[in-house]
Design a protein around this ligand. Structure first.
Ligand code: GLN
Length: 547
């Protein structure tokens, strides 16, 4: 039978519950345990797929096509827990399911209520991840304790321990210990209140993980323990990390969290093996070169909107022993100020995915700049579509070529709606989503970096390369380096005459891990490092890193 860990958050949002949960998963895996990860989100949207990146950050897509919370990206980067649509439930989904059951008459005339019907539905979502092959299920509850909308989830996890036995459950509460400059003190009161609220619903946390900018002294730990009714060894400090989020698991290990969990849940675990992770941190701390990558998008001011892209760039940087400086360039700023000024220091230009017309012309200018100046370029999803439009307009002479997403009446619709999308009206969960295979041209750059000619990557789009323009664009030098197995859907374009110009319809960023960088990102970063070497005439970098 699986054991269960529930992670709740208190005092304020954005404490890094996702990262902490992922770090716990990673530490348990490093002790040989089989872990499953899950996030329960209290908002009413059925999934984050329809939410604005400004509201919710990136939408993280899984192999099975579910559009999920970006915390699942942390889970995949830190652990090897397989994720499916059972790994992310929202209040919207829970209610949808309860209401369907009610319509089908499954409740046999009962009054349908939050307790027990909604809480049962939540408990069954949690139980789904447990099995004989899983040692620990980690369930993160989104939101902050005290929110009205998270109450049914907290009630459900309270009941869960009654159903499966308290000895099989562990409640971990992540909280903030603010430092008040004026008083010169760390303050424990908000944590006392937050734990008080949890206890009011009947959940006594077993472990408190305390986010803090300064080290907790013995006295503070003792005070927190006493007022929050936990043993002092269960007060775990999580200091702010200014270097990298990948330090979090090691720091939690140093504070004894993994040993505490193993003991409290009576798990049969080996000693932790973190050699690969420590090696990663060592490489991150000791870069041998620098490289600057410009990310040109319209959500660049929002840290989380391109989360997996920034992470994948970092992973590739580590692989090349490069310290990556990311220039976040707003595509509308390029429209106003021109690419020369804003991209002049960039060793590589990346245009990520997106929707809608705003900022498109700036992206096209950035791509033209990279193409004409031989600056390594990587386009992802909308970035690929823009690369096709730019090439059609400025190389193939198809003036006013466009995607029909932005101009329905363009004379040259080089990007058009996927056939399967023609009759789709609903917005939620209706794009071409999830993992699909692609077949790569043997001679392509992509095949070289993947070291394979069949790959599988994740998708999230409605528009595609219009096959009516394939020959015309190919005649001008655009290579279709990858396509769906039936050859119908363009998956990768390349410009073979350019140092590195590769763009994909899929989202490679979702499969990058810190110790296993995604091949296209690694290839792009390598090209950027070489380009910098050539630019600064040192030549060292050019020799040091091969694609
Ligand atoms: N808006 C484009 C489409 O729907 C690109 C989507 C994306 O970049 N994820 O095809």
């Amino acid at each position: 039978m699986s054991k269960h860990i529930f992670v709740t958050g208190g005092v304020v949002s954005s404490l890094g519950k996702g990262l902490t949960s992922a770090s716990i998963g990673m530490l348990l895996e490093s002790r040989g345990l089989r872990v499953r990860m899950q996030k329960l989100d209290p908002y009413l949207n059925v999934d984050p797929g329809t939410m604005s990146p400004f509201q919710h950050g990136e939408v993280y897509v899984l192999d099975d096509g579910s559009e999920t919370d970006l915390d699942l990206g942390h889970y995949e980067r830190f652990t090897s827990s397989p994720l499916t649509r059972d790994s992310n439930y929202t209040t919207g989904q829970i209610y949808q399911s309860v209401i369907h059951k009610e319509r089908r008459g499954e409740f046999l005339g009962q009054t349908v209520q939050v307790i027990p019907h909604v809480t049962n539905e939540i408990k069954s979502a949690i139980s789904k991840l447990g099995s004989d092959d899983v040692d620990v299920v980690i369930t993160e509850i989104g939101g902050t304790v005290g929110d009205i909308e998270s109450q049914p989830f907290l009630e459900a996890i309270r009941q869960f321990a009654l159903d499966v036995g308290k000895e099989n459950c562990l409640y971990i509460h992540l909280t903030l210990i603010p430092y008040l400059k004026a008083a010169g003190e760390l303050k424990t009161k908000p944590t006392q209140h937050s734990v008080g609220q949890l206890r009011q619903i009947g959940v006594q946390p077993d472990v408190l993980i305390c986010r803090t900018e300064r080290s907790l002294g013995r006295d503070e730990c003792a005070k927190i323990a006493l007022f929050c009714n936990v043993p002092v060894e269960a007060v775990i400090e999580e200091r702010d990390k200014d270097f990298s989020v990948y330090e979090v698991p090691v720091s939690l290990l140093e504070h004894g969290l993994d040993a505490l969990i193993v003991r409290k849940l009576d798990l049969r675990a080996s000693e932790p093996h973190l050699d690969r992770w420590r090696d990663l941190l060592h490489r991150m701390r000791n870069p041998e070169r620098e490289v600057t990558i410009a990310v040109v998008g319209k959500y660049v001011e929002h840290r989380d909107a391109y989360k997996s892209i920034y992470e994948a760039i970092d992973h590739a940087g580590v692989a090349h022993r490069a310290q990556v400086r990311v220039l976040r360039v707003h595509s509308e700023a390029i429209e106003r100020e021109g690419p020369e000024k804003l991209l002049c220091g960039a060793d590589g230009v990346l245009v990520p995915g997106g929707f809608g017309e705003r900022g498109i012309e700036g992206k096209l200018e950035a791509i033209r700049f990279a193409r004409e100046r031989g600056v390594p370029f990587f386009g992802i999803c909308l970035g690929m579509q823009c690369a096709v439009v730019e090439f059609a307009r400025n190389v193939a002479g198809l003036e006013a070529a466009n995607s029909t997403e932005f101009d329905k009446d363009t004379p040259y619709p080089v990007i058009c709606l996927l056939d399967e999308q023609r009759n789709v009206t609903d917005k939620g969960g209706t794009m071409r989503l999830g993992a699909h295979p692609a077949v790569l041209q043997v001679e392509s750059r992509s095949a070289a970096v993947y070291n394979a000619t069949t790959i599988s990557e994740r998708h999230r789009h409605r528009f595609e390369f219009n096959n009516a323009y394939r020959n015309q664009l190919a005649a001008h030098g655009l290579s279709i380096a990858g396509a769906s197995p039936d050859g119908q859907l363009v998956e990768i374009i390349e410009l073979p005459d350019h140092p590195w110009f590769v763009a994909t319809q899929f989202h490679p960023e979702f499969k990058s891990q810190p110790t296993r960088p995604q091949p296209l990102f690694a290839g792009f970063l390598g090209a950027a490092v070489r380009s910098r070497g050539a630019r600064t005439h040192t030549g060292h970098e050019a020799e040091a890193v091969q694609p």
